[in-house]
Design a protein around this ligand. Sequence first.
Ligand SMILES: *Cc1c(COP(=O)(O)O)cnc(C)c1O
Length: 411
Amino acid sequence: MRIADVDVMDLKKKYSTPLYIYDVNHLKKNMDGYLSYFKSPNFDTEVLYASKAFSIKEVLRIVKEKGMSLDCVSLGELYTAKCVDFDFKKIYFHGNNKSYEELEYAIGNNVGVIVVDNYMELETIEEIANNKKKNVNVIVRINSGVSAHTHKFIVTSHIDSKFGVLYKSDEYNKIIDLCNKSEFINFKGFHSHIGSQIFDLEAFRAALVKLISYAKDFSEPLILNIGGGFGVRYTSEDSPIPFDVVSQTLINTANEELTKSGLKIKKLCIEPGRSIVAECGYTIYEIGYIKKTPNKEYYFINGGMTDNIRPALYQAKYDADIVGKENDVKNHLVTVAGKCCESGDLIIEGINLPEAKKGDVLITYTTGAYGYSMSNNYNKALTPAVVFVEDGKDKLVVKRQTLDELLEREI
Ligand SMILES: *Cc1c(COP(=O)(O)O)cnc(C)c1O
């Protein structure tokens, strides 16, 4: 099996397992896709990479090289951007409970836009902006009432979400008032993010129509940021909307709504995270022991919820193969289980795979998003290495954690 013309077994020998592997050309193609299709002659557009999906220096270098913008949600993500000299003007800073320290760092480094979640946060931003005598651009995160969960979406649900404010609520009115009064805060527009792994274009359209209707209250053209959440293919059950269709649908919806209302907007933004990095990522493991119980057969792998917590966290589904046996008969219905002390540490429940031997390499697909970024040291597992592959070459971009690093901070 080869990825970007690199033999997977060679990567196993060179870097050991578990190992995250990324196909760099695929990554760049995904970025280029959004950049080329998310455009309109009638307003500016901006594509932000939602870095929480996979925030490491090497990815941010590619984001920077592509001219994309960035969505950060913490001091750690801002700092990672700083370390690769990312232009802070192109960063949108998100989060429902940004600390004083985080806001001070963002404002001190001239962050492009802060996405305000609530009134108390705006008071803190104002205090820092006044102290520093710095102008701060803000957009307000709106809970549009559209919430989407994978294949379905519901309007007027989830009014009690921890994210954002409801249009014309007290919280909203206080935010707009303070923006108007404040010397240093510049209100620039609205943000909405309706969920993740969404396949229903209508949900995005509905949210965008709402944002545009809210923009009618303002005379100056606003920035509207419609968030991310575009679905990807984990297994054959998923049929994601291609990024040209997502992009064009949003652009067309905006143009139709603007024509109808005679309104102008300054800019339309999207924030894909998962759909940029998920499908170009793979994880390889070594199979250790194989065990049969009365009703099940287990293939045990040398990783699990420490490198991929999504199955344990929300029953996420994955597809897998045994490297070198992709074309063998898949006549074993097995559960692929991790090595953590948790019954829920199952990477795949019920998948047909060929007969495996101890030492075989198992590969899981579409692990590029929220895998490494959610990795953890439960059971004192060491965080795996990350390797990028491109045109027959491999490059180590994150080293495997060592035992000494694991204990580094313990006194
Ligand atoms: C998580 C998140 C995104 C990215 O979501 P994906 O599902 O990875 O595309 C974008 N914007 C905001 C505000 C988010 O919280």
